[in-house]
Design a protein around this ligand. Structure first.
Ligand code: MG
Length: 372
């Protein structure tokens, strides 16, 4: 199980039309995949995100020389050390080493993690609602129409990037068409204060199809979250950028959230990520993983969700949905997993149980030129 070599796959796609959320526009999408190969021939894929030149330098100069010759079974120790240099690289390494272990045991990732409790996991279509076009609302509604006709029944739409009036007009229009057919989440990306969030309550009260309001406020305003949780008629969700269960703990102790949203890529490794999911279950709080930045990290979120006990006895599946990026992003198709009627079948083959698209790795390979 000695690590012999590591291959790097930096991928870049420049967007035809930038899109974004309350924090600004994305002009490109990237993906950084790597493959760790052991002397015995077992391999595992990892994924992380940052500016590609930073990742290339970090892996070539430090992470690869460090990992060569180490035992793939020493996952926790290796990930802890790399975490001191680059937290997201450490998360990616934990993915690759987890897959190698599953292959060694000849089991799927979900079997390695105690076994699937769900064969399919619902996914929600996740939008970046804003463009620089004057008719951004129409562009957004057209994208939503496409996702609904593709079979999605859970959607997440952005707010907080325009005036409250303009955002409300957008959501009112959306609700006019889809209120009876879809479940809806609204994500403000920490843009509001409590008073601004409360301006939505008049509408929230009329909308029975709201799944959650995501990060209305900065995540360190626990007292305001607690206040909103008691005054708004919509569940509150958040925590996509938190790194470990310790950071979720005070929010849960304070009763500030109805749902946590850990991200496999943003945590201190997959093991740490799964601790946060378990913590949510211990507190009787829902967990819906954030998974916007990568296809492999999303696949791990689906495996983890499949291994969680149901949060509720009220619904047939009783399992919360996982995020599915439906924006222009070719990298969401890197792995052969596609939603059907808004749900994905959990792969059950050895290791990941799905293949990476080798043609895409070639077609989108970053050419090494600096991009901004
Ligand atoms: Mg969010």
């Amino acid at each position: 199980m000695e690590i012999e070599r590591i291959e790097l796959y930096p991928l870049l796609h420049v967007l035809a039309r930038p899109y974004g959320d309350a924090n600004g526009y994305k002009k490109y999408r990237t993906c950084f995949l790597f493959r760790i190969i052991t002397r015995s021939g077992l391999d595992g894929w990892g994924e992380c995100i940052d500016w590609l030149p930073t990742l290339m330098l970090g892996f070539e100069q430090r992470i690869i020389p460090f990992l060569i010759g180490k035992q793939a079974t020493n996952r926790l120790q290796l990930v802890k050390i790399i975490n001191k240099w680059h937290q997201r690289a450490a998360a990616g390494v934990s993915m690759a080493l987890t897959e190698i272990l599953a292959k060694k045991a000849a089991v799927s990732i979900s079997e390695l993690w105690g076994g699937r409790q769900h064969q399919t996991i619902p996914v929600y279509a996740s939008f970046q609602s804003y463009t620089d076009a004057a008719d951004w609302k129409n562009i957004s509604l057209q994208r939503i129409e496409q996702a609904v006709s593709d079979g999605f029944r859970h959607l997440k739409v952005k707010i907080g990037g325009r005036t409250i009036r303009e955002d409300q007009d957008h959501i009112i229009e959306l609700q006019k068409f889809y209120q009876d057919t879809v479940q809806l989440a609204l994500d403000a990306n920490q843009s509001y204060d409590a008073a601004a969030a409360f301006q939505w309550e008049r509408l929230f009260r009329e909308w029975p199809n709201l799944m959650w309001l995501e990060e209305p406020l900065p995540m360190d305003r626990w007292a305001d979250y607690k206040l909103l949780r008691t005054t708004l008629s919509v569940p509150l969700a958040g925590g996509e950028n938190l790194k470990n269960a310790r950071q979720f703990l005070p929010l849960l102790m304070e009763g500030a959230l109805d749902m946590i949203q850990p991200d496999t890529m943003h945590h201190d490794g997959l093991d740490s990520y799964r601790d946060s999911l378990q913590l949510a279950r211990q507190f009787g709080v829902r967990a819906s993983s954030h998974a916007f930045d990568g296809a492999l990290s999303r696949l791990y979120a689906i495996f983890a969700q499949a291994c969680l006990p149901p949060w509720s006895k009220m619904e047939e599946s009783g399992i919360e949905p996982v995020e599915w990026d439906v924006m222009e992003n070719p990298f969401t198709r890197l792995f052969s997993l596609r939603p059907v009627k808004g749900a994905v079948q959990v792969p059950d083959g050895i290791g990941l149980g799905v293949e990476v698209d080798q043609e895409m790795l070639k077609a989108f390979r970053w050419d090494g030129r600096i991009y901004k």
